[in-house]
Design a protein around this ligand. Structure first.
Ligand code: UD1
Ligand code: CA
Length: 460
């Protein structure tokens, strides 16, 4: 079993976000910031993640139910104080504690794995993940001795002019040997510019004890960026989107304009699919090969087969087979299943329905709560009347049926196999197989009506 446990600090309010939502629950790339951190921790092999919660504790716990344990920090007295709250959970633990922050969503599992591996390989008491920043302001600075060893970490507000010039910063991510960490935490105090218990002071304490301190420097400082404001949230969002688009392109997906294509990390797209601009692919969406998606298409939690064309479509919680064509201007609502070869044309809405192989709904229809067989043709403007004001009812349309334009199918009702519905019908009774259902008044022509009307008008 892995000897790695993480402590993820997430008790702060995130004042600069100006938000009622705890900072770590703000979403980026389709999931909350803290979820990104938990995923990276799991990749690195953590056997347990302990999240320190405070502001909005309940909401953070709900978000991570089953994926983490929690320690409550009632008052936010500093990062050192936050880690102290996990002591009772870790008192029998002898392995490595990796401390992370909940607001660093760009972290990648590979970097954490590397940090842990080096920490173990050199047998350090503590290993700090550092980064060299073009502009280090706001961060704690990593102060090394003449031999290049980490001597201490000093916060911006406590730093001398010389220390402020250092561009190597503390990312706030560390590995500690558990027992040494909790011993050292007992020796820190809050005699500093912010009156807080700084976790960073643990490094100084361990140096005093001549314990081995190691540092790993992140190659790309973006990866450890902490999000404090909406501006940084947007900047990080962009980076996460770029990463996803890049990895899909490497796997053989064409993305015509990556700057206007928004794909969640969780989405899978197979080779030789082409994605047009202004397309959002979200949640548990999976797309097969050879598809053409977009432009202006939003797909959520939908499984799509091969060689599918979706053109100006909004689809959520659906399933789409192979060779299906949808759009433009189509809304596919939850629990819609389109079998292979289905064609859905312009201005159509389909909800909670099964549409059988090679059936066509080419124009201006609402199909809801319907079970449709194969090779059905639905004429333009057809509506399933599924709601009586109180309950929803289902419509069944069997294989090969042909429904004429502008029909109303009043559910519950069955249109039998190979039957016809006359255009303009309002169908309230089942149509038997191979029958013609006509549900409209017979046309009558009144001869000379216009002339009679004119005579009448003159007479008045
Ligand atoms: C901290 C580090 C700094 C480092 C920076 C990296 C200290 C003293 N300083 O500074 O060296 O460069 O991170 O981003 O550790 N938190 C709690 N409880 C608290 C205080 C903070 O849970 O009482 C959490 C916050 O919610 C946040 C994280 O700890 O997720 C970091 O806290 P923050 O106040 O942002 O630390 P910095 O001042 O940025
Ligand atoms: Ca702070």
């Amino acid at each position: 079993m892995s000897e790695l446990v993480t402590v993820i600090l997430a008790a702060g309010k995130g004042t600069r976000m100006k938000s009622a939502l705890p900072k770590v629950l703000h979403r980026i790339g389709g999931k909350s910031m803290v979820e990104h951190v938990v995923d990276a921790a799991n990749f690195a092999g953590a056997r347990q993640n302990i999240v320190v919660v405070g502001f909005g504790a309940e909401r953070v716990q709900n978000e991570l139910t089953g994926r983490a344990d929690f320690a409550l920090q009632e008052k936010q007295l500093g990062t050192g104080h936050a880690v102290m709250q996990t002591e009772s959970l870790l008192k029998d633990f002898n392995g490595t504690v990796m401390v992370l922050c909940g607001d660093t969503p760009l972290l990648q599992g590979e970097l954490l794995a590397k940090l842990y591996a080096e920490h173990r390989a050199v047998n350090a008491a503590a290993t700090v993940l550092t980064a060299v920043m073009p502009d280090p302001s706001g961060y704690g600075r990593v102060i090394r001795n003449t031999a290049g060893e980490v001597h201490k970490i000093v916060e911006q507000k406590d730093a001398s002019a010389g220390e402020l010039a250092v561009r190597e910063i503390n990312t706030g991510i560390y590995c500690f040997e558990s027992q040494l960490l909790f011993e050292a935490l007992k020796q820190i105090n809050c005699a500093n510019a912010q009156g807080e218990y700084y976790l960073t002071d643990v490094i100084g304490v361990l140096v005093q004890k001549q314990a081995k301190i190691w540092a790993v420097t992140a190659e790309n400082y973006h990866d450890t960026m902490g999000i404090n404001s909406r501006l940084q949230l947007a900047q990080a969002e962009k980076i996460i989107r770029q990463r996803k688009n890049m990895s899909l392109m490497e796997q053989g997906v064409t993305i015509m304009d990556p700057d206007s294509t928004f794909i969640d990390e969780s989405v899978k797209v197979a080779q030789d699919t082409v994605i047009y601009p202004f397309t959002w692919l979200e949640g548990r969406t999976v797309i097969g090969s050879g598809c053409v998606i977009g432009p202006n298409t939003r797909i959520q939690n939908t499984k799509i087969g091969r060689d599918v064309t979706l053109h100006f479509v909004y689809a959520h919680d659906c399933e789409i087979g192979d060779g299906v064509t949808v759009g433009p201007y189509v809304h596919l609502r939850p629990n819609t299943k389109l079998d292979n070869g289905v064609k859905i044309g312009n201005f159509v809405e389909v909800k909670n329905s099964n549409i059988g192989e090679n059936s066509k709904i080419p124009h201006l229809s609402y199909i809801g709560d319907t079970d449709m067989g194969a090779r059905v043709n639905i004429g333009s403007g057809t509506i399933t009347v599924n709601y009586d004001g109180k309950d929803k009812h289902r419509t069944t349309i069997e294989d090969g049926a042909f429904v004429g334009c502008n029909s109303n199918l009043v559910a519950p009702v069955t249109i039998g196999q190979d039957s016809y519905v006359a255009a303009g019908s309002t169908i309230t009774k089942d149509v038997p197989p191979a029958a013609l259902g006509v549900g409209r008044a017979r046309q009558a022509n009144i001869e000379e009506w216009v002339n009679k009307k004119k005579i009448k008008e003159k007479g008045e």
